[in-house]
Design a protein around this ligand. Structure first.
Ligand code: SF4
Ligand code: SF4
Length: 433
């Protein structure tokens, strides 16, 4: 029997025996026809292999394109991004090591929260970035921050010796632990923006007043403190992170204290998850958690006639599971009303500052329709709130810039919870109430 191949079938892919008789049954020709395996994966996966071969990059290869991560990636809402798209682009030959896409992920962890395959951008991106850093392929604006941090110990490039300058002229005392020469109950890890940025200083001064009001025995490190390094690690500058961590642990281990109080969720994250492996284990508490535990002692009395919405910092919320402490403090403000944005808690939207994004606004502008902080400010305005409450020092400056650039100056004010609490205690110089 001569077999004829259906014209719709590719003859090269047909497998059949011209003569075949099995158990007296003639199944010659098309009766025994089979087909070669269809090629459903016909890509050069060299670029994908370069990523999955890295320590930390392995899970990039586990993506099965289910799309769960698409609606939750904050960058995708203002551009075209997310693990699913990065996996696909790698299949199509994208060189992630030199592409702008490498720097857009803020390590916000929302994709990991929903991914059934545990594709972990928190490991993948730093692993690839580390290679880009070693190859000198870092965006200039971020490289500038790496260099300032290495030189001055803070990303703002401020004089290291002036780290405690914000305490001068303050109506309450903020002692240096080195000058006290004794154990304290609370060592306050102030961080960079709260020490140097004008609006960060406002919040630091407010928090110092609140701590005094509570009678807390506390001190700060001042010039001995350096950047915690967490964001440098996520941005791939592991050498710089190790240098900072080594210095900070050496300093901290010189002093006795019961609680290490952090203002910055990024520092909080580093002390919880990175420093212990390097010899620095502390009883670390975020300031919202510390104050929530003392809410009854605070005695908030002044009316705060505001409608307040709240932004969850990724590194306090999704990374470390703390959603309630800031909300308890806001709820306790006398006379205020609290409204949630539609993306909140586990699905909170990222401000764009994590993973090095704090210093990559230029790159973001080239690749996104708007900054994540602008998107978030629009969501805050949508709630009808007049106040956007923050509990991460990266956010005051980011959101204040975004309020201006979206022309919402007359609608929304950005305030740290410490400023609101100080106002509710009648301790604020600013017109917060
Ligand atoms: S959720 Fe995970 S598996 Fe699904 S497309 Fe995204 S990265 Fe891939
Ligand atoms: S970590 Fe956040 S920004 Fe990065 S890819 Fe995942 S969802 Fe997007």
């Amino acid at each position: 029997m001569t077999s004829k191949v259906n014209p719709k079938v590719e003859p090269d892919h047909v497998l059949e025996l011209e003569h075949a008789v099995i158990d007296d049954m003639d199944i010659s020709g098309h009766w025994n026809r089979m087909f070669e395996q269809r090629v459903i994966f016909d890509y050069d996966i060299g670029q994908l292999d370069r990523v999955t071969d890295l320590d930390g990059g392995e899970s990039m290869g586990w993506c099965y394109q289910c799309g769960q991560c698409v609606p939750v990636c904050p960058v995708d809402h203002v551009g075209s991004y997310g693990p699913r798209k990065i996996f696909r682009n790698l299949q199509l030959g994208q060189d992630l090591f030199t592409d702008d896409d490498l720097w857009l992920c803020t390590t916000c962890a929302n994709c990991l929260r929903v991914c059934p395959k545990e594709v972990d951008m928190l490991q993948i991106m730093p692993a690839v970035r580390k290679e880009a850093v070693l190859a000198g392929g870092v965006p200039a604006e971020l490289q500038d921050v790496f260099e300032k941090t290495a030189r001055y110990g803070n990303p703002l490039g401020q004089n290291a010796k002036r780290r405690a300058a914000w305490t001068k002229g303050l109506d309450v005392e903020v002692p240096l632990i080195s000058e006290l020469g004794r154990k304290v109950d609370v060592l306050w890890w102030v961080s960079d923006y709260p020490a140097y940025h004008p609006r960060g200083i406002d919040a630091s001064r407010a928090l110092a007043r609140v701590l005094h009001h509570l009678g807390v025995d506390f001190a700060i490190l001042g010039a001995e403190e350096r950047h915690d390094g967490d964001s440098m690690l996520r941005a791939g500058e592991t050498g710089l992170f190790e240098m900072l961590a080594e210095h900070n642990i050496e300093v901290l281990n010189n002093y006795e204290f019961d609680v290490l109080l952090t203002t910055d969720p990024h520092a909080y994250n580093a002390f919880l998850h990175e420093y212990p492996q390097r010899g620095g284990t502390y009883n670390v508490v975020h300031y919202t958690q510390f104050l929530e535990q003392r809410l009854d002692e605070l005695g908030l009395s002044e009316t705060i006639d505001r409608t307040i919405t709240f932004h969850d910092p990724c590194y306090l919320g999704r990374h470390n599971g703390e959603y309630d402490a800031p909300r308890s403090l806001i709820d306790a403000l006398p006379g205020s009303e609290f409204v949630e944005m539609w993306r909140n808690r586990e699905n909170g939207y990222c401000c764009g500052g994590g993973g090095g994004g704090m210093w990559l606004d230029g790159l973001a502008a080239d690749n996104q329709s708007m900054r994540l902080s602008e998107k978030r400010v629009l969501e805050a305005v949508e709630t009808g709130a007049d106040t956007l409450c923050v509990v991460c020092p990266y956010e005051v400056s980011r959101f204040e810039d975004a309020v201006k650039s979206t022309n919402n100056d007359d609608k929304l004010e950005v305030l740290d919870i410490a400023e609101l609490l100080a106002a509710a205690l009648g301790l604020s110089n600013a017109q917060v109430g």
